[in-house]
Design a protein around this ligand. Structure first.
Ligand SMILES: NC(=O)c1ccc[n+]([C@@H]2O[C@H](COP(=O)([O-])OP(=O)(O)OC[C@H]3O[C@@H](n4cnc5c(N)ncnc54)[C@H](OP(=O)(O)O)[C@@H]3O)[C@@H](O)[C@H]2O)c1
Length: 274
C-alpha cells in the first residue's frame, strides 16, 4: 500500500493546501509548505503546526510526495520551476480542478518522476469521509500507483475513482460548471428582481434555493471563473441549459399547462432514478 512520510505542499498557504497539510499531519507525516510570499506561508505554517519553506525548491527537498496546490493560472510556472529540482523517486501529484491541461503540463516538464493528476471533489471545509477523490492516470506506471493510492484514500474514508483526464473534464462541465452557472444566473436574476423585498415572506423551496445560491456566490471568484472558462465542455453545457430554459419558458408564455404537466412527470421519473 502507498505510504508517505514527508510531504511537500506547493501552495500550502492556500485553502486546499491547508486542508492537505492538516490531513497529512494527522497521518503522522512531516509536512512542509511553500508559497510565493514567505511571511504569509510562515504565519499559516505556525498556525497549523507544519514547517514553512522559503521557496518551492526548499520545500521539496527530502520529500517523498510533492503536492501542487496552486491555481491553474500559476500551474505551469510552478511545475517548470520544481521540475529541475526533483529528486529521484519523488512522486508529484496535482489537485487542480481540471485535468487534461495540468496532466499534459506535468508530462511536458517532468520526465523522470512519477506524476499523477488528481481532483479532490470537495472544498476546504469538508471532512474526508465519504468525499469523492478522482485520480487520472494516463499510463501503466501511473495506473499502478493510482491503484495503490486509491487503496490508501479508501482506507481514510474517501471514495477514490479512476478516470481519464478528458472524461473528468467532460464530467466537470456537466457537474460543476453547470451547477455554478445556475447559481450565479439565479442570483443575478434575484438582484434584477430586487428579491430582498420579498425575503421575509418566502417559501421553503426559496430558502432551499437561497442556501444553494449563497454557497455558489460565496466562493473564490478566481477558481469559479476558471471553472467556467477553463473547462472545455462548460460553454456547450451552458448553451444546452439556455435552450432548455427557453423551451420551458415558452410553455409558460403559451400557457400550455398540459404539456408542462407531462414534462414535469417525465422529469420526476428521470430524477428519482439519479
Ligand atoms: N477551493 C476548492 O474548493 C478546490 C477544490 C478542489 C480543488 N481545488 C484546486 O486546488 C488548487 C488550489 O485552490 P485553492 O482554493 O486552495 O486556491 P488558493 O486558496 O488561492 O491557494 C493557492 C495557493 O497557491 C499559492 N501560489 C500561487 N502561485 C504559487 C507559486 N508559483 N508557487 C507557490 N505557491 C503559489 C498561493 O499563495 P501565494 O499567493 O502567497 O503565492 C496560495 O496559497 C486549485 O488548482 C484548485 O483548482 C480547489
Amino acid at each position: 500500500m502507498f505510504k508517505t512520510r514527508r510531504v511537500a505542499i506547493i501552495g500550502g498557504s492556500g485553502l486546499m493546501g491547508q486542508w492537505f497539510s492538516k490531513f497529512f499531519m494527522l497521518q503522522g507525516c512531516k509536512v512542509t509548505i511553500s508559497s510565493r510570499g514567505y511571511a504569509k506561508c510562515a504565519r499559516v505554517a505556525s498556525r497549523i503546526g507544519v514547517s514553512a519553506a522559503k521557496s518551492n525548491i526548499d520545500a521539496i527537498k527530502g520529500a517523498d510526495l510533492v503536492i501542487i496546490s496552486v491555481m491553474m493560472q500559476n500551474f505551469e510556472n510552478t511545475v517548470e520551476e520544481i521540475s529541475k529540482h526533483l529528486e529521484r523517486g519523488q512522486i508529484v501529484i496535482d489537485v487542480t480542478s481540471v485535468k487534461v491541461a495540468p496532466v499534459k503540463i506535468m508530462h511536458r516538464y517532468i520526465k523522470e518522476n512519477l506524476v499523477l493528476g488528481t481532483h479532490p471533489m470537495f472544498g476546504p471545509s469538508a471532512e474526508a469521509k465519504g468525499q469523492n477523490f478522482i485520480l487520472t492516470p494516463v499510463n501503466g506506471k501511473e495506473k499502478a500507483f493510482a491503484l495503490q493510492f486509491s487503496k490508501y484514500l479508501k482506507s481514510k474514508g474517501f471514495n477514490a475513482i479512476l478516470m481519464a483526464p478528458s472524461k473528468h473534464d467532460q464530467m466537470i462541465g456537466a457537474v460543476l460548471s453547470l451547477t455554478h452557472f445556475v447559481g450565479f444566473v439565479t442570483g443575478d436574476t434575484w438582484k434584477e428582481l430586487r428579491i430582498h423585498k420579498f425575503i421575509n415572506t418566502s417559501s421553503t423551496s426559496f430558502r432551499f434555493l437561497k442556501s444553494f445560491v449563497e454557497s455558489v456566490v460565496d466562493s473564490s471568484p478566481e477558481l469559479y471563473s476558471y471553472l467556467q472558462v477553463g473547462v472545455p465542455g462548460a460553454y456547450s453545457v451552458e448553451k444546452l441549459f439556455v435552450k432548455k430554459s427557453l423551451e420551458w419558458s415558452e410553455l409558460t408564455r403559451s400557457k400550455n399547462q398540459k404539456k408542462l404537466e407531462r414534462k414535469m412527470s417525465v422529469l420526476r421519473k428521470y430524477v428519482s432514478k439519479l
